[in-house]
Design a protein. Structure first.
Length: 175
């Protein structure tokens, strides 16, 4: 499991918590993926298309033997299995599973850009990421996005919904 990745998850349709939980479980059911850490779960105001329900968002840190492309396939498959439809861009969704960081690599292919190009401006990504991301990775990510500290979003519109280590938040395997 030589690679490290950070993945953002979000849901704003139906039982949002079950979708998050189910998506994490599906990801870590792959023998190529091990959960290292997960953030608290946050309830967040919709960004982009604002006329939709509140989201639950979280970030997980994994170790994996998958390439970034293979990991992307797994994320997309997980979205499909959980009924994700792509009707409205930025619109409501049962589950969104995005790769934020893959090692400290800059990757640009037709299907994938890493670090995620919009992560730095999205409080619903940055706040949970800050909670669990080791400092050196975080500074790498800021540099790769060309961002300075003052450009980081504040926590407006992002509220703790379920604290990590609170009852029944999934724990890293083996802890
Ligand atoms: O890109 C993720 C989907 N998404 C979200 C989200 O997960 N949370 C919030 N708060 N707003 C969002 N807008 C989009 S698109």
């Amino acid at each position: 499991m030589e690679n490290q990745a950070f993945i953002s998850l979000g849901s704003n349709i139906g039982n949002r918590y079950d979708y998050l939980k189910n998506a994490v479980q599906r990801l870590i059911n792959y023998p190529e993926i091990v959960l290292v850490n997960c953030s608290s779960i946050y309830e967040t105001d919709p960004v982009g298309y604002e006329d939709q329900d509140l989201f639950l968002n979280m970030v997980i840190h994994i170790r994996t033997s998958c390439s970034a492309e293979k990991l992307l396939d797994i994320c997309l498959k997980t979205e499909q299995e959980l009924g994700r439809k792509r009707d409205i861009r930025w619109g409501p969704r049962t589950i969104d599973v995005d790769i934020l960081l893959y090692n400290q690599e800059n990757i640009t292919t037709e299907k994938l850009i890493v670090p995620h190009p919009r992560m730095i401006e999205r409080p619903f990504v940055i706040i949970p990421l800050l909670e669990i991301c080791p400092e050196e990775i975080f500074y790498y990510m800021k540099k790769a996005n060309g961002a300075s500290l003052s450009e980081l979003p504040n926590s407006e519109g992002v509220r703790i919904w379920k604290l990590k280590n609170g009852e029944d938040v999934f724990e890293p395997i083996g802890s």
